[in-house]
Design a protein around this ligand. Sequence first.
Ligand code: C5P
Length: 242
Amino acid sequence: MDKDAKDYLIVALDVPTLKEAEDIVDELGDLVGCYKVGLKLFLRFGPNAIEILKNKGKKVFLDLKLHDIPSTVAGAVDAAVDMNLDMLTVHALGGFEMMETAQKIIWEKKAGKPLILGVTILTSLDEAFLQDFLGIDKPMEKQILDLAILAKSAGLRGVVASPKEVSHIKEQCGKDFIVVTPGIRPKGAKKDDQKRVLTPDMAIIRGADFIVVGRTIINAPDRGKATLSIIEDIGDGLHKVT
Ligand code: C5P
């Protein structure tokens, strides 16, 4: 099935209350079909947050970055299937067996979803930390690529990565290996805490399958307008690759 430009967009619901989350979803209506729920909202409101989105017909990406022994993560994935989640993250550093055991739950339950995505190296970590505390000498890009390859070999269908890493990951893991990218900023946006950013059209041109956008939409004076402008930009990117 062909994807429209808006199907590439996932909005990060990084807000402190369910009321705000619901207001945003209602305000954006059909413009947005998928929302990312993170630790902040989930720890406060739990499955309630998911249920509200599901009742509004939205897809849900639960970004809890699971990292534990294989059987514990498998139990969490089992719950995620029952909650009808669409995407879920696990840390690739949890290891091959953890990822494989998680993916096997999806196969055994013949669920098809959630799509389990590997998180490679947190963007908040740097090479000095990897070297000093984990004894990893490889350059960051190589470490990220190796973890993406590990995730793929464990059966995962994709990873979360910065937009600048998409093309390398696609080269190594194949074009069907899904890459979801945060760190998206529209043209001319002011610099903030996101370091490795790209515009929506460039992320699409590099091969991103989904882009995650938070504050650019959530904090916009007119959220609908900000969303439309990002969707237009995604459309421009799609135009350039077809
Ligand atoms: O507000 P902004 O567009 O930067 O939000 C991006 C979202 O993606 C946030 O929910 C953030 O936690 C998440 N994220 C990220 N970088 C990563 C992984 C997740 O920005 N490496």
